[in-house]
Design a protein around this ligand. Structure first.
Ligand code: PLP
Length: 370
């Protein structure tokens, strides 16, 4: 039973079929001018339209990448070419932001990280204080991958644009769970990753409001309007396009379903485990993501015991790859190490159902000591 959809999602069967058939039949290079190449090209452009539509923009503003990590890197590395290159981000961003910023310090791209409150919401006053004359970019995630907290991006964008500062958001956790309308939001850059919305791994996008002012990160051929060299991953791009279309077509049902499962799960947790603690803002959050601390229990041991029952959940973020150190995100919102290391993240998906939640609770009852 899979309850780790924030780590990755199973590929939708229609998406898998599409990927297989493209790999099999339309193997031409999209840059080739003969028919088979042009078929591949039109598949890419169709997927670009699907992705653009899913975030309410036009296709020329979409750059295909190898995933969320590359999309984030693309924006941050592009600061090397800008006059105002001080970046502001926050302490609970994904390592694909924080570590890149640390690396870029050696190349004279400086940054400041703003604090969050005990629910993981950014401190706007801290943001205002950290803006200086050289600030060129603010990068704040739309929602956090470990606790699900949604950030007040509208406020950030208004504040930033009043001062002529660009804004990037890592929205990797959000497509299909939160309405994303880049035109309405006014954001300058936005990252997405297909494997978080039932698409394939290793493919994503960067939305760029003004692509004519952007520089490439991966330099080579003229693909992606010279903004991302390299022969395109045609089948995965097509799979991502279809996955985005499906995600948007069923977004209302998905949100409703995830909220139902979340409520059922939390009600049962509250009945069974007296001292359970939930992390992050419980209202402004991604539906279906529950970060819960089970005092006096070790998350790694709980995880292994659940694994024996073929129940898959995570402690900390999956991207930490097997790390058992306290999660920096949970520390940043004020958890002490003991609570931090007693935390599990459950993230439900479209194919989970009420019976599975009952089974999960039943097994947790056997595994958790309280
Ligand atoms: N940003 C966030 C918020 C994520 O949750 C992840 C992956 O877990 C990434 C970026 C990295 O995305 P990808 O795995 O596509 O490189």
């Amino acid at each position: 039973m899979y309850f780790d959809h924030s780590a990755t999602t199973p590929v939708h069967p229609d998406v898998q079929n599409l990927i297989n058939s493209i790999n099999h039949e339309i193997y031409g290079n999209p840059s080739s001018i003969y028919h088979l190449g042009q078929k591949a090209r039109s598949i890419i452009e169709n997927a670009r339209n699907q992705i653009a539509k899913s975030i309410n923009t036009t296709s020329k503003k979409i750059i295909f990448t190898s995933g969320g990590t590359e999309a984030n890197n693309h924006v941050l590395w592009s600061m090397l070419k800008r006059k105002k290159n001080h970046v502001i981000s926050n302490v609970i961003e994904h390592p694909a932001i924080i570590k890149v910023l640390q690396f870029l310090t050696d190349l004279n791209v400086n940054h400041s990280l703003i604090q969050v409150n005990n629910q993981g919401i950014i401190d706007i006053d801290d943001l205002i204080n950290k803006i200086n004359n050289n600030t060129g970019l603010i990068s704040i995630m739309m929602a956090n991958n470990e606790i699900g907290t949604i950030q007040p991006l509208d406020n950030v964008i208004k504040l930033a644009h009043d001062k002529g500062i660009l804004v990037h958001t890592d929205a990797v956790q959000c497509l299909g769970k939160i309405d994303i309308d880049v035109e309405k939001l006014g954001v300058d850059f936005l990252s997405l990753s297909a494997h978080k919305f039932y698409g394939p791994k290793g493919v994503g996008i960067l939305y760029v409001k003004n692509p004519e002012k952007m520089h490439p990160l991966i330099i080579g051929g003229n693909q992606e309007n010279s903004l991302r060299g390299g022969t395109e991953n045609v089948a995965s791009i097509a799979g991502m396009g279809l996955a985005a279309e499906i995600a948007i077509n069923c977004i209302e049902n998905t949100i409703k379903h995830l909220k139902t499962l979340e409520k059922q799960f939390k009600d049962a947790l509250n009945n069974n485990f007296k001292n359970i603690m939930y992390n992050g803002n419980q209202i402004k959050k991604i539906p279906g993501l529950v970060s819960a601390s089970f005092p006096n229990n070790d998350s790694k041991i709980m995880l292994i015991r659940l694994d024996r029952e073929k129940i898959y959940v995570s402690n900390g973020s999956a991207c930490g790859a097997g790390d058992v150190k306290p999660s920096p995100v949970l520390s940043a919102i004020g958890l002490d190490d003991a609570s931090n290391l007693s935390t599990l993240r459950f993230s439900f998906g479209r194919t989970n159902n009420v019976e599975e939640i009952k089974f999960l609770i039943d097994r947790l009852n056997k595994i958790v000591s309280y």
